[in-house]
Write a protein that binds this ligand. Sequence first.
Ligand code: ADP
Ligand code: MG
Length: 602
Amino acid sequence: MSEAPRIRVLPIQTANKIAAGEVVDRPASVVKELMENALDAGAGQIDVAVTAGGRKLIRVSDDGHGMGREDALLAVERHATSKISAVDDIERIATLGFRGEALAAIASVSRFLLETCARGEPVGTALAINGGQRQDVQETGCPHGTCISVRDLFFNVPARRKFLRTQQTELFHIRDTFIVQALAHPETGMSLTVDGRETYRLPQGDDLASRIRLLFGPDLLRRMVAVAGTGADAVAVTGLVSLPSASRTDRNEQYVFVNGRPVAAALLSYAIHQGYAGSLAKGRHPSVFLFLEMPPEHVDVNVHPTKKEVRFRHAGRVRDAVIAALQQALAGKHAATAGAAPPFEDLSRFPGTPAPAAAAQQPLHIPDLPPARAFQIPHMPPDQQRERPPGGSPPPPAPETASSGAGSQAPWKWCRVVGQVCGRYVVLETGDGMVMMDPRAAHERVLYEQFSAALHDGSVPTQPLLIPETVELTRRDAQRLRRHAALLTEMGFGLSEFGADSYVVDALPACLAATAATRLIESILEALDEAGGRGDRAWWQEQLARGVCRAAVAHDQVLSLQELEQLVVDLARCEMPYTSPSGRPTLILTSLQELNRKFGRT
Ligand code: ADP
Ligand code: MG
């Protein structure tokens, strides 16, 4: 006697319920799917309401094209979609949805009500489904568009319900989902109502900047710069990103969209990190709102049911486009800054900015200052040269254009080294007021950029030393140096082994020729040691550059006027003069206006 078969085909409701787990795992995913459907339907306005963290009710209504009765009935069937008809269509997908799963899945795990009315139709359709069982279909009078109410999510899947977090946590995810959609579609009006209270109302026809202002507050916006770049293979990168000085300790404000779709990809995090390389301290992260556009066939969005992960056909080009666009934006090559605050002004917010006048009584004495000279940043275009004050005499009042900074990223148009105070900080007078400079941070920046620029140009010019320097190393450092000798030679170091653990250095990269060889080699070995690991060529170069800048002058080294002036000129030529490669401020600016205010003169 044969046994009864063990294998059974699951009833459709059960199959839907299981599949629902992939698409809807918490209230926020319902919000996401419904908002995406509304966007796909061409909505100009989308209103979201939730109660009890989305457990009791999630309602999303839109003024999109709506559905006729037939479509409404089909919409809740599994694999029913109006958005593709063949697999190949996915390659060119322009809508957010295409799998035809969401409504069926949501309806199978909730008490679901769909009310919809197609444009031009006199009556609408109301369709109620309870845990996947159709209850009722009726004609109904409703405005054009669609309203979907999802009640008692997971009422029939206790296992799921148990895994829901507190209302606050679920609400946090819902809010995040809402924000992501709001950023991706600034042109669409949106509102979010939580337990009867409107939390966000975002007008139609917004742009990204005003969305950020409404969602994150005006402060963030003031500290952002615009990104606009096109890489190889028609990868366009636009958006707004924070200045290095506005970094944060988490990555919570990093939003990346590919062809309008919010995505997470490790590749993109890496690219963002690289784009800021050399301007952020360890453990600091920028806020970024980046929009990548590329031909739809170059990105695979069908990797995961929630479509959050994507794969790029030309991953390397995407990465490079992002890095280049960020670097360009941060180097100040794009004059446009959101909220119209140039990086210059932003520096006043650095930690370490002098607190409002806590004037201690200082003994007065006339300092023995070197003769003050005013000088120009040599690379300024000639039409600005006229501002040059006559040598030695006080500079003329700053013309109105002085603070615009447009076209040049130099932090000042002219400046005069007043002197070094406390044996440490350097005081400068500029067209805009007064600047305090940390010579070590400044020198780190200069070395870093000069060396990186030389690396970037491919061949690092090398300069023979008049007197070769012998560098004695510990056994361990000597081994390490041996391992990296080829790389260093390629970067312009002239090295030869000399006895057991010593090296003779007879040439240095030209831009570093003024630095003591021993100090340089030690700094580099230290940096390579700390960095550990392995990486690609660019990674090694970055580590090298970081090592190089450790050889900068000591924080409290007293410098000659000539050295100070050279440093000031070199710093002004840097692409990112405001921070050291590890993110410390190089300059603290105090405008004349601020001084006037503090002295009570307006
Ligand atoms: P998908 O979005 O992947 O096509 P869904 O299950 O989310 O699958 O939706 C099924 C179909 O229902 C969609 O293809 C669309 O035709 C229709 N639909 C869903 N939501 C709306 C809406 N808000 N307005 C108009 N049509 C909708
Ligand atoms: Mg959908």
